[in-house]
Design a protein around this ligand. Structure first.
Ligand SMILES: [Zn+2]
Ligand SMILES: [Zn+2]
Length: 255
């Protein structure tokens, strides 16, 4: 193929890309390699190991009124430091988002917001993690508390989190936020059979990439409003990863 033909084909591809629907992933000018557009779990080993990325940069964007508690952020870095190998350290950037005008978010909405507001992208020796705390719920499942929707992208559904925490007989806001964050990041670390192989048969069949151990962080109930208030009632801290999930992480270069 000569250069001119190549340029013409590129131009045609570019036009086609523009004509696609909102559901199609868009490559950010700031991340032309498209690393951030891979599926959930595709970067499991990149999170767990230090061989490619020695450091982790986290960008948290939150809707007005949904700023995470300072203790949530401290807990998050503590959780990551206990499970992943990032000797160059973890840094965090926090920004408030202009009003989205939405109460219900589709997957395409989440990707669109990320495309517009994500500033931190994986490069050199730093992997990046993007966390969006939305002022609404998820279109596909109104009970969902959070979702890990790309290899380095997580969203929390802040309206559900606020409705199920901070009140009488409810867990603290910080405990629920931290629980959902840890759970969603567990999916990015590849649990369960989501990029990190399950060494023993503990995947909860019929419940997606979740662990069948009820107390394990990777049980599906930690990201669903249905049982969460009861499950967190007597807890001070988010649930731990059980021994089987831990063995899987360690076998994939985690801690
Ligand atoms: Zn889950
Ligand atoms: Zn487990």
């Amino acid at each position: 193929m000569n250069l001119r033909t190549g340029a013409q084909i590129f131009f045609i591809l570019f036009l086609c890309a523009c004509a696609e629907s909102d559901d199609s992933p868009r490559i950010s000018d700031k991340a032309p390699d498209g690393h951030y557009l891979r599926i959930s779990g595709a970067s499991a080993n990149e999170f767990l190991s230090s061989s490619v990325y020695a450091g982790l940069t986290i960008q948290v964007i939150y809707a007005k009124g949904f700023e995470p508690a300072a203790t949530t952020v401290t807990q998050l870095t503590g959780f990551l430091n206990s499970r992943i190998n990032k000797p160059a350290g973890i840094s965090i950037h926090m920004n408030e988002l202009p009003d989205t005008g939405k109460e219900v978010f589709t997957l395409a909405d989440l990707k669109d917001i990320e495309y517009r507001y994500r500033e931190q992208f994986t490069q050199n020796d730093r992997l990046t993690l993007f966390i969006f705390i939305a002022d609404g719920i998820y279109s596909e499942d109104p009970n969902l508390l959070g979702i890990a929707y790309q290899n380095t992208s997580v969203a929390l559904f802040g309206s559900n989190i606020h409705a199920h925490s901070g009140g009488p007989d409810q867990p603290s806001r910080q405990l629920l936020e931290a629980t959902v964050l840890d759970h969603e990041i567990g999916h990015l670390l590849g649990l369960v059979n989501n990029g990190t192989a399950a060494l023993s048969p503990h995947q909860h069949l019929g419940f997606g990439r979740h662990c069948k151990v009820e107390t394990c962080l990777m049980h599906w109930t930690w990201e669903n409003t249905e049982f969460i208030v009861d499950k967190l009632k007597d807890r001070m801290y988010p649930p731990d990863i059980d021994s089987q999930c831990l063995a899987d992480l360690r076998a994939n270069d985690g801690r």
